[in-house]
Ligand binder design. Structure first.
Ligand code: FAD
Length: 421
């Protein structure tokens, strides 16, 4: 008997058709597919996903810090596609929501009754002049790619003093805390090796605050002060010359005057600018900013009733995180099932996202928040306090929950809620 998980490339007719089409087999796509199948095994579902493997991206911070190996973060896609779900191994090249189909990179089309769009976002490495030529060598690393996260750890281990720069582009980016997590972990590593005093660490960020939710700024400021890190606000990385070890920033002062600032580095950790994927930006699904235009609560598309979106690709103003996907997925699933029955959509997303801020090895400030910067912790503990228990959550519990629960369609909601401090 044919296993529907088999790749369909090259063995299917030019036009495919599925009742529910999921675009993107990443954190969001696998989770919704698994949950839909668990609730309604008879559903005809296909996932369009070009990659052979999927990475647990929250683990890349730990790869960059030497706590995880890259292998620990990776699984073969074929082992993740839920049983009974077809895998169309291709990329969507064009969304045609007015005709209820997508065109694939190989020219085939797929018709659908319902579309769940979750193809993630674009890491725009090319927007930084010179970066593509030097990333992964000359002291230029990034935890936003698995291979260059491994390189981060090599550089950190070999660092014998000098200048280390850490960049953060304009928001939105996935996991807004990731650019500074590796900064604190490197600082802590240098301190443990007695090398912090010979090192100059600088955080160069496009924004004007250490974190978007002001409640969490004080513990981060304490970390910055404690490690002696220099913070340069309104500094946007523009170009990089790896062999010359020079980074060029566009800096804006408080009066709005811009200038070019050149900084020398021995190590630089770069976070690329991030946008909606080109295929999304060029489609009728996109809003003016290039994200899939959904209702902030129901996650249904604002113009196409048979389209839902979630994850990094969606226009929701939450923090783009796997934690957000964990909460969004059951909402999309329940609302989709209701929509298929012609019923009202009853489930609403509150904008929950979470960011485990690694202040040091073994210490995490678990930032959990929802729309409007509401602080919504899962635990009745002051979330501003760096805790070892949250380190175990990040390094042990969350990866296990991701692979063993989310990806099996088993909803788990450690109830987060607004609490006062
Ligand atoms: C360094 C780093 C640290 C992070 N840390 C955390 C953290 O601590 N906590 C946390 O919760 N989150 C964290 N995240 C964010 C989290 O990993 C993402 O928010 C999450 O993976 C989003 O899921 P997604 O399904 O929307 O996107 P993805 O998981 O990226 O999946 C998108 C999928 O769509 C596929 N795709 C792309 N284009 C097409 C196309 N044209 N057609 C079909 N398929 C396509 C891709 O191949 C991919 O498989 C981190 C991310 C990074 C990079």
């Amino acid at each position: 008997m044919n296993d529907p998980r088999q790749k369909t490339a090259g063995i299917e007719p030019a036009e495919l058709a599925h009742s529910i089409l999921i675009v993107g087999g990443g954190a969001a796509g696998i989770t919704v597919a698994a949950e839909l199948k668990r609730l309604q095994p008879q559903l005809d579902i296909a996932i369009v996903e070009p990659s052979e493997s999927h990475s647990y991206q929250p683990g890349w911070t730990l790869v960059g810090a030497g706590t995880f190996t890259r292998k620990q973060t990776e699984r073969r896609e074929e082992t993740l596609i839920p049983k009974g779900v077809a895998w169309i191994k291709a990329a969507v090249a064009q969304f045609l929501p007015d005709e209820n189909h997508v065109r694939l990179s190989d020219g085939r089309t797929v018709r659908y009754a319902w579309l769940l769009a979750c193809p993630g976002l674009k890491l725009d490495w090319a927007r930084i002049e010179g970066l593509n030529d030097t990333l992964g060598k000359n002291g230029v690393c990034s935890n936003y790619r698995a291979d260059t996260a491994e390189y981060s750890w090599r550089l950190i281990q070999d660092f014998r003093g000098g200048t280390a720069l850490f960049t953060q582009p304009a928001m939105p980016i996935k996991c807004a805390g990731a650019p500074q997590k590796i900064l604190y972990l490197m600082a802590d590593h240098l301190r443990s090796k007695g090398r912090l005093s010979e090192s100059k660490l600088e955080f160069c960020l496009a924004g004007e605050a250490l974190f978007g939710v002001p409640f969490f700024v004080p513990p981060l400021q304490r970390a910055v002060d404690g490690y002696g890190i220099k913070v340069n606000y309104r500094h946007n990385l523009k170009a990089i010359d790896g062999p010359a070890k020079i980074a060029i920033f566009t800096a804006t002062d408080e009066h709005g005057t811009t200038s070019e600032v050149t900084k020398r580095f021995d190590l630089i950790h770069v976070v690329p600018p991030q946008t909606g994927l080109d295929v999304v930006r060029e489609s009728p699904l996109a809003n003016a900013d290039g994200w899939i235009d959904v209702d902030q609560a129901t996650l249904r598309h604002v113009r196409y009733e048979n389209v839902f979106a979630l994850g990094d690709a969606a226009s929701t103003s939450n923090a783009k995180t796997a934690a957000a996907v964990r909460i969004q997925a059951p909402i999309v699933v329940h609302n989709l099932i209701a929509a298929m029955k012609g019923e009202a959509l009853t489930h609403a997303y509150d904008g929950y996202g979470s960011c485990p801020l690694t202040i040091a090895y073994g210490k995490i400030v678990l930032a959990e928040f929802a729309y409007g910067g509401k602080v919504t912790p899962s635990f009745p503990l002051d979330p501003r306090v760096p805790r070892r228990s949250m380190w175990y959550l990040k390094t042990k519990l969350l990866p296990w929950l991701y692979w063993s629960h989310m990806f099996k369609g088993r909803t788990f909601d450690i109830k987060h809620r607004e609490r006062g401090w």
